[in-house]
Design a protein around this ligand. Structure first.
Ligand SMILES: Cc1cc2nc3c(=O)[nH]c(=O)nc-3n(C[C@H](O)[C@H](O)[C@H](O)COP(=O)(O)OP(=O)(O)OC[C@H]3O[C@@H](n4cnc5c(N)ncnc54)[C@H](O)[C@@H]3O)c2cc1C
Length: 357
């Protein structure tokens, strides 16, 4: 068994897998992805999976998200069908007073080249006939959409494996030490040495950081999702808190809860979620909910991604964020450039871990 690598990626969610795949396009040997469980056991397997740009603040973060969304069609051509749908995104509002706020959002995005339309009530109903007729308006952006997260992680992994990337599952990393120019990664199944370590542990990033004496300020924010029985296609857009998947199921979720790593679902939140969904789309009142699950978001303290080198430890890198589904194509691309070329084609300075000093 090989135990010496150029690069070890800790975490096999969409972020670790996107980095692995994009790295494999540039060099094919010497990369190992280690995961303590299986590839979709973390947040990537318990997500809404919107590819979302609209409403992100500051506008520079929306711009960063837009570049990633723009990569999706090309990514699908390279790794296979990830069920990416650029449906367009609707954010309805129910009070005329919110129109000015919506116009300000559209204005701030215009400067960075993201087109947001502020729709009248009639325009919203025309686009999304099943919406609550009390709607006052909505912001709308064509760039938004959604993807199948299971296919996304799987297709990244298949393509990476085909290009020679190695994987080790059910192999928890328990310590990382640095000796001279090498890292020693201690895992449940043995020790590995490598030049570069990439921490892509999502919601467990804080714990991984501690192993190398680095503070990674990521908090856990739980979200609960309801899933309906498969319904005839009737929701046209990715719309506040919900999307209709290819198989007809509607995935609905709004909650943001501080519950640590607890992935339970709770009746109160399920009821609130169902009520909210029926407010937006009254016909959902007739649908049966067949499943509920919860996932834990990895949310850095200021809400923005943490991506790039860790300056205090040579050859240590980190990539952790909320909105990792949206951002995975871009993050994989830029992390590869950073490792292979030493620089990125798009600045990641705003996302450096240095900002938390
Ligand atoms: C309810 C909910 C809704 C969401 N909706 C969206 C959305 O609409 N759009 C969007 O873009 N994003 C959304 N997200 C966020 C998105 O799902 C995540 O940002 C993304 O999945 C994170 O991927 P990741 O690879 O960083 O983390 P993960 O998928 O969690 O992967 C991290 C991996 O690291 C492994 N690991 C951790 N510690 C160790 C260790 N010590 N040793 C070995 N392996 C280890 C874990 O086992 C895990 O597999 C949502 C999240 C939630 C919870």
């Amino acid at each position: 068994m090989n135990t010496s690598y150029e690069t070890i990626i800790i975490g096999g969610g969409v972020i670790g897998n996107s980095i692995a795949y994009h790295l494999s396009e540039r060099y094919r040997e010497g990369v190992l992805v280690i995961d303590k469980k299986y590839p979709l056991s973390g947040t990537s397997g318990s997500t809404q999976a919107w590819v979302w740009v609209h409403n992100k603040t500051p506008s520079s973060y929306a711009e960063f998200s837009m570049y990633s969304a723009e990569l999706y069609p090309y990514l699908s051509r390279k790794i296979g069908d990830v069920e990416y749908k650029r449906t367009g995104g609707l954010s309805p509002f129910f009070n005329e007073k919110d129109r000015d706020k919506a116009k300000r959002l559209a204005e701030s995005y215009r400067e960075i080249g993201i087109k947001i339309k502020v729709l009248s009530r009639e325009e919203v109903i025309e686009k999304e006939p099943s919406i609550n007729p009390n709607v006052a308006g909505a912001t709308f952006s064509k760039i938004d959409g959604n993807v199948n997260p299971f296919r996304l992680a799987d297709m990244y992994m298949r393509a990476a494996k085909k290009n020679g990337i190695e994987y080790s599952y059910y192999n928890e990393v328990i310590d990382i030490q640095k000796k001279n120019d090498q890292f020693i990664v201690f895992s449940k199944n043995g020790e590995y040495t490598c030049k570069n370590v990439i921490l892509a542990g999502g919601t467990w990033s804080r714990e991984l950081g501690k192993m190398v004496g680095v503070h990674i300020p990521v908090n856990q924010v739980r979200g609960q999702i309801l899933v309906t029985e498969p319904l005839k296609p009737f929701i046209n857009y990715t719309i506040s808190g919900m999307r209709q998947a290819n198989n007809g199921e509607v995935l609905i979720g709004y909650s943001m809860e501080e519950a640590g790593f607890n992935r339970s679902t709770t009746l109160d939140v399920m009821q609130e979620t169902a009520n909210m969904a029926m407010y937006y789309i009254p016909d959902l009142g007739k649908a049966k909910v067949v499943r509920a699950f919860s996932g834990i978001r990895a949310v850095p303290e200021d809400g923005l991604p943490i991506i790039g080198k860790v300056p205090s430890v040579e050859n240590l890198y980190v990539a952790t964020m909320h909105s990792g589904i949206t951002l995975s194509p871009l993050v994989g691309t830029l992390m590869t450039e950073l490792l292979v070329d030493g620089d990125t084609s798009l600045s990641i300075a705003p996302y450096s871990i240095e900002r938390f000093k």
